[in-house]
Write a protein of this length. Sequence first.
Length: 272
Amino acid sequence: MSRITGCFHRLQREGRCALIPFVTAGDPDLSVTLPLMHSLVAAGANIIELGVPFSDPMADGPVIQRANERALAKKVSLRKVLGLVEAFRANDVETPIVLMGYLNPIEVMGYDAFSDAASGVGVDGVITVDLPPEEASVFVQTVRNKGIDPIFLLAPTSDRARIAQICAIGSGFVYYVSLKGITGAAHLDAGSVARKVAEIREMTDIPVGVGFGIRSAESAATIGAISDAVVVGTALVQRVEALAQQWEAIPTEVSILISEMRGAMDRVRSAR
């Protein structure tokens, strides 16, 4: 059983929803990301989604695009991100780590070399935003052979055939993108999210995580009541950006929102 699957099983027994914060590795500096990761876990995060900086993050809005630019300006590479995960594992062997990014850096390293290195440092899952399932079979088999979960995205426009295809090839959890558009978009419609999550659940036993458009404790609680995981990114990265000249404050200040979300999500679940 993977760390991700074990985490979801434990939370299910507890009647709780997973909280998954996203941060861009190396924003505003690689030395900040490690204490930030530990601070997020202490604040109630269950899984860490770690963005691998890329020069053309096409699925990301301007906030996360700027985070990528800041990290790349500090020469943060895929190999350095893997080194960061290794450093995190020195003090935390339980919290699952999911890398989120784009295929090009992995292809440059090579599927086998990436899978060996990622598994060796304790990566549990990988999201490659621009890798469609039709072209993913070799990559999926390679990472699975090393115990890493390949995680894929579903959109509001995904039909039942597409949902079945994604659920058949992915593992760990399914990432439902709650909005049409890029990260940081607004207009989250909880009713439509609930209907789509229910449709996905009809077709798979894999946990369903929901991301994009979750900005507050209230929205996290609302989505957490109808999903297996809440993914929050842009709202956190905005806080990092606001503190880009006050590095020492980032771990504490950014984790405040996660603590608020964790409390709100647990209160809604316990009230059922």
